[in-house]
Design a protein around this ligand. Sequence first.
Ligand code: SF4
Length: 330
Amino acid sequence: MLQQTQVVTVVPYYHRFMQHFPTPFHLSRADIQRVLKLWEGLGYYSRARNLHRPPARWSPGMPAGCPEDPRRFSRPSRRGRLHLRGSLEHRLQPGHRCRGWQCQTGAGAAFRIGYPRQSKRCTPLFPAIRDRLICHLRPGDFNQAMMELGALVCRPKHPDCAACPLADHCRAYQDRATAEYPKRDSARKVPHRHLAISVIVKKDKLLVVQREMEGFLGGLWEFPAIPMDPAGAAPGAIEAGMAETTGLTIRVVRRLTRIRHAYTHFTLSADVYLCRYVAGRVRLRQNPSHRWVSLKGLTRLPMHKANHKFIDALTAAWDEGGRASGRCAW
Ligand code: SF4
């Protein structure tokens, strides 16, 4: 995760993870839902699933630590190999070749690379720069230092050039052009999606569905949702959409809130509706499974951030509606 996220964000996750899974064997025996729960909020959930996957072939007799040599892992998946490589890069020994390098903001500025990072023209440039600069005696430390530089000093917005050890060699800094970096792809449009999310209540339980294990946010739980026009939807359209998606007859009680969330490849807005169960049995069209859970029970399930964004509003509505009767009244 240090390839994607700042150290300060990852540290508490690391400690929690190590507390629950001190060795790959413990990880291999864990329920994937528990693994995802401990990863919850960090994003890139396929990494948690792939991390869980390779050691599944490990046995108790195998060494507890992480092997230095990737070949000692028993044929992980292609993605698993990528993650192993990422992990091993933090502890590379002399002689190993460091193949990933994340401080592309700093490199882009220092060498005044005039293309956005995602552009095809950039693809060969960063590895070439990395190979020129890398310290072959301590490649792991070099890699770590460059990632820290990208996270703490040469930030995409407001780089701290006064504190930067590369300042004397940075062409952008020398040319007073640091504001021009990192280059952005102005032609790249991020798609936007809008959803109607239904919080369906049956007595004192809420309906949640699980996403397909493989794929985006795979294995996480969420409230059922349907694509919807951002201008809003008539309750009848939501009820009909939910009947198709879940097999249930429901009544929309009211709109709870609107949330927004940005993923790397699209942005999302969603209107959240409080709904009452009327009749029917759950028959899911896409999701592999469902559960009826209490509001408290939600905290035990791994859910993605977009759903977490309205849990406080939901709890307040629940308290409002539930206090008088001992159960939710909407
Ligand atoms: S001098 Fe400034 S722009 Fe150049 S690498 Fe350092 S922080 Fe980035």
